[in-house]
Write a protein of this length. Structure first.
Length: 136
C-alpha cells in the first residue's frame, strides 16, 4: 500500500515523517540524510506487512527523488527498512515521556513522536527517539 509520508532509513530502521504539506518533512529528511540516513521515499513510501512487521520501500514512480525547496528535485540513493518510528508534525507531544504513544499502521502499532513543527534540533530529536523508543 502507498502511504503518504517521507521516509528515511536510519541505521537500518525506517522513520516515517508525516504532517501537513509544506511543514518541512523533506527538509528534516535532507538533514537526516546529511547525518547518514538513506532516503526511502519523499511524500510517499510503499508499505508491506509481513507478520508483525511493516517494511517501507521506495514508491514506484518517485523512487530516489527528494524535493529540496528552492533547489528542485534531487536524485539520491534509496533503501528499504522495517518501520521503527513515526514522527508526526502538527502538535507537540508530552515533554518528558516514559514511552511514546503508538499509532496503528496497517494493523501494527508503531511508536509515534509528536512535534509541533521542525526546527534545527529535529534531526537530533528524531535520532534520540529512534534510539530510546523505536522498534528494534
Amino acid at each position: 500500500m502507498l502511504f503518504q509520508a517521507t521516509g528515511v532509513a536510519v541505521s537500518g530502521r525506517a522513520v516515517l515523517l508525516t504532517g501537513e504539506p509544506g511543514i518541512g518533512k523533506s527538509s528534516v529528511a535532507l538533514a537526516l540524510i546529511d547525518r547518514g540516513a538513506v532516503l526511502i521515499g519523499d511524500d510517499g513510501v510503499t508499505l508491506t506487512v509481513t507478520g508483525d512487521r511493516i517494511e517501507a520501500t521506495p514508491p514506484p514512480h518517485t523512487a530516489g527523488l527528494l524535493e529540496v525547496r528552492g533547489v528542485g528535485l534531487i536524485e539520491l540513493p534509496t533503501s528499504s527498512a522495517p518501520v521503527a518510528l513515526l514522527v508526526h508534525f502538527g502538535e507537540e507531544g508530552e515533554r518528558l515521556p516514559k514511552a511514546l504513544p503508538r499509532t496503528d499502521l496497517a494493523g501494527c502499532t508503531i511508536p509515534t513522536l509528536h512535534l509541533a513543527a521542525p526546527d534545527w534540533t529535529t534531526p537530533l530529536r528524531v535520532e534520540q527517539a529512534l534510539s530510546h523508543f523505536g522498534m528494534p
